[in-house]
Design a protein around this ligand. Structure first.
Ligand code: ADQ
Length: 736
């Protein structure tokens, strides 16, 4: 890798003014920590916005800030106050954020916000294009910059691009609501690797890609023409050691030197050592489920009066997006709830909820983490939730209990927490009681398991893993390029071809000579293909064979009168040029009445699918079915058929959006060798696109020129990306 650059909406510094002089303060957030560990190692820059509107500050000051940032390896992107309002507060925070967190009722669909989103993404892309050098890597972060990957890729395909989404990717049913869903998705597909916190988000993303674009998806690989890209889950970690070390430091500090908040908490426990503290920390955001949490706590106090005076909820809310109406309402709602609980259950010596509406220095945060018995984390949606991880890292004595929402990404790594549905206030209430009464031994067992996991998969490992995977994708793509028929290779093959006089050329039909259509009967050869075949067969040194899984009637009709050989149904039938059909193997179709009803039941249950009956095989086509349902049914059908055919000489073949059942022992490889028996060719070539052609590639002698259409793994020696590329290659051969 040459250089790795980081791109995020905000640079990892905040800018303050000391007597009118700008001062940079490094961010201590998880992302900054994780990224610092990689981009400096790879000599890159960090591209982003400084946090200051460029038109609200004197030009000279802006320049000073830029210079200071550049010294830190940053490349500042300038955004005006209007851009920030429309792009950031508008589209990012009023459209994507609520939609991706399933708050469809809060979503604003303003076209001007969208336009500003496009324009600002372009500003970022332009800045990137200014600084990237050949073969650099980029790691783009989060929902503010979803169009950047495609904007960069379209101009600079040599740049390897990773994208990480820090928020959930919603289910297709939610995502489809967005008028600009296709543009957004297309923007992301410019990346080579797209990372999510959890497999669920990855699944939702792939499902949207499948449904909106119909691209071929093979596990987590997306195939777009000659590009392979990967989607994967990388659960973001924290700087575990930093939290654990800080806790140890605080524990070793003499009481008199401890912070004010620490002393306050000490006093609280002095009044009654049996007292318990529950901690709640979030940005004040509607996705965090703060009102539900307060209501559940209120219910708990109501149902368990013996805990009155003994349990306090410390609620820390970090001010966030307070110029957005929904956030202002939420703030009021939270304050009212806190007031009402404290009014109802508090007294001179007891305040049930300690509410802080502010940010806190790192040390105070850790003090709270390490002194609270229970962490109550109940978001209604949360991409990951790092607070839960920070709490765990600060529990150096392995005690403490976490109550965790099943809607937070982090729950996948914390099965040992008490997992709740945040909308079920009764369940949360009961969880609070369970947490407060949990035996220390059980607390320890649960905590140790989580700690071991989080210690291992910390933010550094997370960042490294992502970068390693990005390099792997790059290698996969290079692998393809290594086999790709370049103009030079094409010339070499043609030079070999020209020296020979007895040539056998095998060409698969669908996906090789013709693109796919929904109806397999609609794909008869077009004028261009007919011309190519005529030109190739006009040369008396060439024996051209179309070798296909298709039935003999269709291919026979399409190539009637042409000087080509046809091998059909994967090798059951052969018709030499101008000859009669002959059967290459003895086969029977007596099994068909047994298998046909099964396929029919799949047609009935899967709209858009149909059965094709060939002489010696039955094919279930699902190209026209709704993509995911088609894949799912194909899996079911394969399982069902596998059991059925166990004692019969039958085979199941999976082609491109088809499942075919046919008599065993017939394949394109044996058929080609059978065909070659009467020939002593000095040049053999085979071109095909799906795995049935792999039999052909493997069966032919090593000297054969074997060519795979597409980017998947193959036994062929060469690859070309598309049907168009095959045709161009064949035209060059015919004209040689
Ligand atoms: P956030 O929604 O901001 O992040 P979270 O992951 O919990 O949510 O991170 C909050 C961070 O802010 C934590 O590191 C925490 O220490 C800090 N913090 C919280 N309260 C604070 C306070 N009062 N004072 C100072 N610091 C405080 C988004 C997504 C998440 C995803 C992260 C990372 O919404 O789902 O986990 O990005 O990808």
């Amino acid at each position: 890798m040459k250089k790795l650059h980081i791109v995020s909406n905000r640079l990892p510094f905040s800018i303050d003014f000391n007597d009118n002089d700008p001062v940079l303060t490094p961010s201590v957030g998880g992302l900054a920590t994780g990224m610092n560990s990689v981009y400096k190692d790879f000599n890159g820059s960090w591209i982003g916005w400084s946090g200051i509107a460029s038109d609200t500050i004197e030009e000279s000051k802006l320049k000073t800030i830029d210079t200071m940032l550049q010294k830190e390896g940053c490349v500042p992107v300038h955004l005006s106050a209007t851009e920030i309002e429309e792009f950031y507060e508008g589209f990012c925070n009023n459209t994507i954020w609520p939609l991706f967190h399933y708050f469809a009722q809060y979503v604003d669909f303003h076209p001007e916000y969208w336009e500003s989103y496009v324009a600002v993404n372009q500003i970022f892309a332009d800045k990137i294009l200014e600084i990237v050098e050949d073969d650099d890597y980029l790691w783009v972060h989060d929902y503010q910059l979803m169009l950047v990957p495609q904007m960069v890729k379209s101009k600079r395909p040599d740049i390897t691009i990773g994208f990480f989404l820090h928020i959930p990717f919603p289910s297709y049913e939610i995502f489809r609501i967005l008028p600009w869903r296709k543009q957004l998705l297309n923007g992301l597909l410019g990346a080579d690797l797209i990372g999510f916190h959890t497999y669920d988000y990855e699944r939702h993303f792939l499902s949207s890609v499948r449904r909106l674009f119909g691209y071929e998806i093979d596990f987590n690989e997306i195939h777009i023409n000659e590009r392979i890209l990967l989607a994967d889950a990388f659960p973001m970690g924290i700087d575990y050691k930093k939290f654990a070390d800080e806790t140890r430091r605080i524990h070793n500090t003499p009481v008199k030197d401890r912070s004010e908040i620490h002393l306050e908490l000490e006093k609280y426990f002095l009044m009654d050592p049996e007292r318990k503290l529950i901690l709640s920390i979030d940005r004040l955001d509607y996705s965090k489920g703060i009102p539900n949490r307060l209501r559940a706590f209120e219910r708990f106090l109501e149902s368990n009066p013996e805990y009155l005076g003994k349990v306090t909820l410390i609620m820390l809310a970090v001010p966030s997006r307070n110029n957005v109406i929904h956030y202002q309402r939420l703030k009021r709602q939270v304050e009212e709830l806190v007031g009402s609980i404290n009014g109802l259950y508090g007294n001179i010596n007891y305040t049930p909820v300690w509410y802080f509406y502010r940010s806190m220095p790192f040390q105070n945060l850790v003090e709270l983490y390490s002194m609270c018995d229970v962490a109550l984390i109940t978001p209604v949606r949360d991409g990951m939730n790092l607070v839960a991880k920070e709490y765990v890292a600060s529990r150096i004595h392995q005690n403490g209990v976490i109550i965790l929402s099943e809607m937070a990404g982090v729950v996948k790594e914390m099965g040992e927490a008490i997992v709740i549905n945040p909308n079920d206030e009764k369940e949360v209430e009961e969880a609070i009681l369970q947490a407060l009464e949990m035996e220390p031994e059980e607390q320890k067992t649960r905590m140790i398991s989580i700690q071991e996991r989080l210690q291992r998969y910390n933010v550094f490992k997370w960042a490294r893993d992502f970068v390693d995977m990005l390099q792997r994708v790059n290698r996969m793509q290079k692998d393809f390029l290594a086999k790709k028929i370049t103009p030079q290779l094409s010339n070499d093959i043609i030079a070999r071809y020209k020296k020979t006089t007895n040539r056998a050329i095998f060409l698969d039909y669908d996906g090789t000579l013709m693109g796919f259509k929904n109806n397999p009967q609609e794909v008869q050869p077009d004028a261009e293909l007919n011309q190519i075949i005529d030109d190739l067969t006009a040369n008396p040194h060439n024996s051209i064979t179309i070798i296909s899984g298709r039935d003999k009637e269709t291919l026979g009709r399409w190539f009637e009168g042409k000087n080509v050989n046809l091998i059909c149904e994967h090798g059951v039938w052969l018709r030499r040029a101008k000859g009669e059909w002959q059967m290459l193997t003895n086969t029977s179709n007596s099994w068909m009445p047994m298998i046909r009803p099964i396929l029919e039941s799949y047609v009935d249950r899967t709209p858009g699918t149909f059965i094709e009956e060939k002489n010696y095989s039955l094919v279930w086509h699902f190209r026209r079915a709704e993509a995911e349902l088609g894949e799912l049914r194909a899996k079911e059908l394969r399982n069902e058929l596998t059991e059925m055919i166990a004692n019969h000489n039958l085979e199941i073949m999976e082609g491109n959006k088809v499942i075919e059942v046919k008599t065993g022992g017939i394949d394109k490889g044996s058929a080609a060798n059978n065909f070659l028996k009467n020939m002593t060719p000095d040049f053999i070539m085979a071109i095909g696109d799906d795995w049935t052609d792999e039999y052909l590639f493997s069966a032919l002698p090593e000297s054969a020129v074997t060519v795979k259409v597409g980017i998947k793994h193959t036994n062929a020696i060469y690859k070309v990306e598309t049907v168009e590329a095959v045709r161009k290659f064949l035209r060059n051969i015919a004209n040689a």
